[in-house]
Design a protein around this ligand. Structure first.
Ligand code: AHM
Ligand code: MG
Length: 337
């Protein structure tokens, strides 16, 4: 009888972060505990996304009533609450910014830690009804020296983040994370409830063959954008056109871009002067991961991670992906300046 080989030395996300902290001689364990809270939130959301249809969690918040007469909450509202509770109770967070809350949440002194977490608890939630992949996006800053945790601790350029990541809820839950030393991907093993390292050291190809943008906005694009996407669709003789892939769920579109290369964009246009995506908790974490994987992320004219947000829900245009692909659009913008 053949014996199945069992891997007994698995690398979990927690183990990997602990190893990183030891390497940097910062073994206070604070970041590990904070990331455990993030993992808990992601596991909770993963299981609820899977059950959403059966549990009737997909309707509008306040719209649906369950059998006991209680109002049912929409999945993104529930996801937001679970993240806020998990992060606050970790005792490691001072400031939280969520896409779901108009104001930043300043944690009370008794529970206050030294990190700030900015997050979109369930990005792409309008896709849930159709069973399309959705995800949580997050970024972590350390509060400034001497600060007790205020909004100015998050109104900082994205390059100052210490951690960025997302969890994609698809056929499995995939966590992709960077602590500033490359990018690693983990898959949730539901049986043991741990994220297991399955995609170590993700590197984005230098050039890809896929472009990902909402072409329905082409009418509103500026000249540079139009010229760039036309160049991908109608290349010179001897070159193949790029393939188009657009899911409309940032986490899924960026995940594919990180693995296969190419370009993902949500540009500024005549209708949306700063694009659609939020700087702090959508563009910054994705730009951070892309750069850490060897790619680039620009607004068209400048590096995304160099911008300083003025308000927590500010938006910015974004082109991210393979180095050479991003350079092409950058050159077109330079030419038309
Ligand atoms: P949301 O935060 O309201 O879910 O919107 C963000 C989503 C992104 O996941 C996605 O990249 C984008 O909106 C798609 O927008 P559009 O439908 O305009 O193409
Ligand atoms: Mg969002």
């Amino acid at each position: 009888m053949s014996e199945e080989k069992v891997t007994t030395d698995i690398i979990t996300l927690t183990r990997h972060v602990l190893d990183e902290q030891r390497r940097h001689k910062e073994a206070s364990g604070d970041l590990t505990l904070l990331l455990n809270a993030v993992q808990l939130g992601c596991k909770f959301v993963a299981t609820n996304v899977r059950k959403a249809r059966l549990l009737n969690l997909v309707g509008l918040a306040g719209g649906a009533v369950n059998i006991s007469g209680d109002e049912q909450k929409k999945l993104d509202v529930i996801s937001n609450e679970i993240f806020i509770n998990a992060l606050r109770s970790s005792g490691k967070v001072a400031v939280m910014v969520s896409e779901e809350d108009d104001e930043a949440i300043i944690v009370e002194d008794e529970m206050k830690g030294k990190y700030c977490v900015v997050f979109d608890p369930l990005d792409g939630s309008s896709n849930i009804d159709a069973g399309v992949n959705v995800g949580t996006i997050f970024g972590i800053y350390k509060i400034k020296d001497g600060s007790n945790g205020t909004i100015s601790d998050v109104l900082r350029p994205g390059r100052e983040m210490v951690v960025a990541g997302y969890c994609m809820y698809g056929s499995s839950a995939n966590m992709v994370i960077s602590v500033g030393n490359g990018v690693d991907g983990y898959t949730l093993d539901n049986a043991i409830g741990e994220f297991i390292l399955t995609h170590p050291n993700i590197k984005i190809p230098t050039r890809g063959k896929i472009y990902s943008v909402n072409e329905g906005n082409a009418k509103y694009w500026d000249e540079s954008c139009t010229e760039y996407f036309n160049s991908l669709k109608f290349p010179p003789e001897g070159k193949n056109p790029y393939s188009a892939r657009y899911i409309g769920s940032m986490v899924a579109d960026v995940h594919r871009t990180l693995l296969y290369g190419g370009i993902f964009a949500y540009p500024a246009d005549k209708k949306s002067k700063n694009g659609k995506l939020r700087m702090l908790y959508e563009c910054f974490p994705m730009a951070f991961l892309t750069e850490q994987a060897g790619g680039r992320a620009i607004t068209g004219k400048e590096r995304v991670l160099d911008i300083t947000p003025q308000k927590i829900h500010d938006r910015c245009p974004i082109f991210l992906g393979s180095k050479d692909d991003v350079e092409d659009i950058e050159n077109i913008y330079k030419k038309q300046c």
